[in-house]
Design a protein around this ligand. Sequence first.
Ligand code: HAM
Length: 437
Amino acid sequence: MPQKVQGTEDLIGSYMREWERMLAIAREVFGTYGFDAVETPALEQVDTFVHGIGESTDVVRKEMFRVVSGALLGDLLAVGNESGLKARQRLALRPEGTAGFVRAAIENNLVPQGAAPVKAWYAGPMFRGERPQKGRLRQFHQVGAEVLGASDPALDAELIIMLIEFFVKLGFPAESLKLRINSMGDAICRPAYRASVRAFILAHADGMCDDCRERAELNPLRAFDCKNPACSEIMQGAPLVTDQLCPACAAHYAQVKAYLDEAGIAYEEDPTLVRGLDYYTRTVFEVDVEEAGVGAIGGGGRYDGLVELEGGKPTPGIGFAVGFERISLALRALGSSPAPEPEPCVFVACTPDQRQAAFSATHALRAAGIRTEADYQGRSLKSQFKLADKLGARLCVVLGPDEAAAGSATLRDMETHEQVLVSLAELAEAIKARLEA
Ligand code: HAM
């Protein structure tokens, strides 16, 4: 029997309601800040991610799921590599949402020069071929928000404030959220900083792992995230980006912090926070819940060069994304039960001779917007009540010969077992009044 792919999860029952609740809170909170919902494809050209996320990142080099149609698979296997494929044939499942959103913004001319910034939020599955473990999946769900078209540090602060507000609305006590921020510099100051980290790694290469030695050439800043204890100890002495920011980046960072201070947002400066995607410039941030031990529940930053990397006109941008599965784990670790109760429903029970009347009543209640269930397996009345309980029905409509003769139905409260006779014409209103009480 086929089974689900390792590192994927089914969203069913209360877990699905948790995801829907997160979407509803995102719509509410992000809507207040002027964000519109967008949806871009899960399938994009490989180049969208290579240009945006960066060829040397782990996400692109090791974790991207490539997609080949059956028709092309034969050609690919015959040649042995993708040199024969055109750019439009080289496809991948999105490992994150930002690069695809930026591609879509350029293609749909969302940010004409001089226009007001565009603000968009999205939600959906992302795919990374990581080694599955708690809080690390191969298909996971993100909710993200992006702003294109302004470099004002007020936007950086507002976005971080919106993120914290979102977490608090989801149920995290503000004091459980650990926000770390940093500035990664820009095209002016980063190259020199990167070179200094590369030189530092090469000078300490003997004590560092093979991966870090490789990183010195490919992506030296990633060495800050190496899990090897010897490497992390050595990297504690590495040059810090905040000591090498150019005056414009230093002023931008100072202003972001001033806005956060003014808004009363607690944060910790972490000059080793470098993030795993190459497109970041200036402000970067991550949030985690230390007690939960599931890693970052959200992160993001500014990406002032990304639109240009994807082939658009120079346009600054900033955004974040949060991970649904980690948020769910973290809320549970804090003792909060994040799944809302199912919507209350009504069950229509009947004696066998009243099946037709039950069919009509069910139809009428649904037409009145009431979530309604019924029996489709010819159960006895007693078993229908049991089923109603199992389905979480708050009320049961009972239709038997006596009720039919009176043009009425018995309305039974499933908790108190109290019963009243209600005329069929007033049934929907009577139910609504009780459900809302
Ligand atoms: P990211 O930090 O790679 O950023 O991912 C954001 C969040 O997605 C993480 O904090 C984590 O909660 C969740 N996440 C990432 N990988 C996994 C995984 N394998 N399993 C479960 N959850 C995971 C981005 O993706 C950027 N696009 C964020 C951004 C938007 N930056 C600017 N705009």
